[in-house]
Write a protein that binds this ligand. Structure first.
Ligand code: 8X3
Length: 264
C-alpha cells in the first residue's frame, strides 16, 4: 500500500472515493479534487489509482492513491489507517453488476459478488471510516446507488436486489446517525455510459454492452454523475440531500428509453 501523499497543496477537507480506478469513481475523484478536497483514491487496481493521483496532482490538486478491495476487511482496515483520524466525505462508489440472466438461471457466484461489493463492501468501508467521519465534526457518507435500487427489471434480479440493499443501508445509516455530525446521502443514477459497467455486466461481450446504449442520443457520462456528487458534497453542512435520482433525458423510466432509429 502506498501511503505517501501525492499532493501539490493540502486542502483541509478530505474525501475517500472507493472504486476510483475508472468511470464514476475516477471522475468523482477528479472533480472533488478540483473542488478543493484532498482525495484518497481507493480501488483494487494499484496502477490505476496511482496514475489518477499523479494526474490530479499535476492539475494542482491533492490525492493519495490507496490500493483497496472493499470486500476484503483487512484491506479496508489499511485504508482507514492511511486516512487517519479525520475524514469529511466517504463516497461509497465501488459496485457493479455481474450477469444478466433470469432468476431461474442465476449464477450463485455472480449474485454473491454483487452482494459482496454493493452491500458488504459498502458496509465495511463505512464501518471502518465512521469514527473519522464523526471526528471531523462535519462528515458525509455518500452512497452511489442506482435506479436499479428503485425498481425491478427482467434479468436484473441480483443487481436490483443488491442496489435495493445499498438504498436500504443508506436509510438505516441516516436513522442510526441522526444525532451525529454526519450526513447520509445517496445518488441513484440511471443510464450512464462508462467504459466498464456494461462490459463487466455482460462478461466482456462488447456487442451486448454496446446494444444497451444503441441509438440513445445522450446517455449520462461519468462526469455528469461526478458533477452531481460534487454538488451534493459541497452543500452547507446542515443540508442533507437524502437522495438524488439522475437519468439522461432520453430515459423517462427504466423501460422507457428513447432511441434514434438506425441510420441507413
Ligand atoms: C445502472 C443502472 O439501468 O443498468 O446502475 O440498472 S441500470
Amino acid at each position: 500500500m502506498s501511503d505517501s501523499p501525492t499532493s501539490a497543496r493540502t486542502p483541509d477537507r478530505t474525501a475517500v472515493v472507493t472504486g476510483a480506478s475508472s468511470g464514476i469513481g475516477a471522475a468523482t475523484a477528479r472533480m472533488l479534487a478540483e473542488a478543493g478536497f484532498r482525495v484518497f483514491c481507493a480501488a483494487r487496481r494499484a496502477d490505476r489509482v496511482e496514475a489518477l493521483a499523479e494526474e490530479i496532482a499535476s492539475a494542482g490538486g491533492a490525492a493519495v492513491p490507496v490500493p483497496c478491495d472493499v470486500t476484503d476487511n483487512d484491506s479496508v482496515t489499511r485504508l482507514a489507517a492511511t486516512v487517519g483520524g479525520s475524514l469529511n466525505l466517504l463516497v461509497n462508489n465501488a459496485g457493479g453488476a455481474f450477469g444478466s440472466g433470469p432468476v431461474a438461471e442465476a449464477d450463485s457466484e455472480d449474485w454473491r459478488r454483487m452482494f459482496e461489493v454493493n452491500v458488504i463492501g459498502l458496509m465495511q468501508a463505512t464501518r471502518a471510516l465512521l469514527p473519522a467521519l464523526v471526528a471531523s465534526g462535519d462528515g458525509m457518507i455518500l452512497n452511489v446507488g442506482s435506479t436499479a435500487g428503485r425498481i425491478a427489471y427482467e434479468g436484473g434480479g441480483g443487481y436490483t436486489a443488491a442496489k435495493h440493499g445499498t438504498q436500504v443501508v443508506t436509510e438505516t445509516l441516516r436513522l442510526e446517525l441522526w444525532d451525529q455530525p454526519v450526513r447520509v446521502c445517496e445518488i441513484a443514477p440511471g443510464m450512464v455510459r462508462t467504459d466498464e459497467f456494461a462490459l463487466v455486466r455482460f462478461g466482456g461481450d462488447q456487442e451486448k454492452a454496446d446494444a444497451i446504449y444503441r441509438g440513445v442520443p445522450d446517455p449520462l457520462t461519468a462526469e455528469d454523475v461526478a458533477d452531481a456528487i460534487t454538488w451534493m458534497a459541497t452543500r452547507p453542512a446542515h443540508v442533507n440531500v437524502d437522495e438524488l435520482v439522475i437519468r439522461p433525458r432520453a430515459q423517462a423510466a427504466q423501460h422507457k428509453v428513447f432511441r434514434l432509429p438506425p441510420s441507413e
